[in-house]
Ligand binder design. Structure first.
Ligand code: SAM
Length: 212
């Protein structure tokens, strides 16, 4: 199968799994997942499955990336925070939809590799930071949108407080060894509204920095 055919099949799979927002589909057509998957698994980049990356982590399943991005409903003027940079794929997609993207990752090596990719792809509105993202990024808060790409037992308190009123956060919630729920949190004047979107499976949100 040619690259063009594989990419067409990739977009078809996204649509058939419920990714229908044209802005999201266009961003996912422009950002080539093949740039974010290296080594042994490079030839599986267009399959709708999570794949291993460095530091024992994963690049998420494309349809889940699409559904999370769609639920986030990013607007062109938005300032977005991502917790869990991983390969940088999700941040790259967000960068085409938002004004500014901050992404935090606990593994230094993954931050370094994704910064290199962002530069290569000329994605100049992303700042990648090595840190424990559970505490958010208070110096840049409030955020219009927050996306967490690792599973927490509950939506982390600091992230809730760093969401602006009217803002949306998407976060997988549940035990790391079980099926988790993808939750959409909307901050209102009086508190927070919670919607359960779908079952998902993510690596856990861990404390502190990684070894590499
Ligand atoms: N969004 C990524 C992508 O597009 O490739 C996939 C993320 S991967 C499923 C989850 C990532 O969250 C891992 O790289 C992991 O190291 C990171 N992570 C886990 N706990 C974290 C924390 N407390 N702060 C920052 N990153 C964390």
């Amino acid at each position: 199968m040619s690259d063009a055919e594989r990419k067409m099949q990739f977009l078809f799979a996204l649509r058939s799994k419920g990714v229908t927002d044209n802005r999201v589909l266009t961003a996912m057509e422009k950002i080539d997942r093949g740039d974010f998957v290296q080594g042994l698994f490079a030839d599986r980049a267009y399959e709708d499955m999570p794949l291993p990356i460095a530091c024992g982590q994963t690049i998420s399943q494309p349809s889940v990336v699409g559904l999370m991005t769609q639920a986030l409903n990013v607007q062109p003027r938005d300032k977005v925070l991502e917790v869990g940079t991983g390969s940088g794929y999700q941040a790259a997609i967000l960068s085409l939809l938002a004004r500014r993207v901050y992404t935090i990752e606990r593994h230094r090596r993954l931050v370094h590799e994704s910064r290199t990719l962002f530069e290569k792809l000329d994605l100049t509105n992303i700042t990648a930071i090595t840190d424990d993202g559970s505490f958010g990024l208070p110096e840049q808060a409030p955020f219009d949108r927050i996306i967490v790409t690792a599973a927490a037992e509950d939506p982390p308190g600091p992230l809730l407080t760093q969401l602006r009123v009217g803002g949306i956060m998407v976060v997988p919630v549940g035990q790391s060894d079980a099926v988790q729920s993808l939750i959409k949190v909307t901050r209102t004047e009086g508190g927070y509204d919670y919607d359960e979107l779908r079952p998902v499976r993510f690596v856990p949100l861990l404390e502190g920095l990684g070894k590499e």
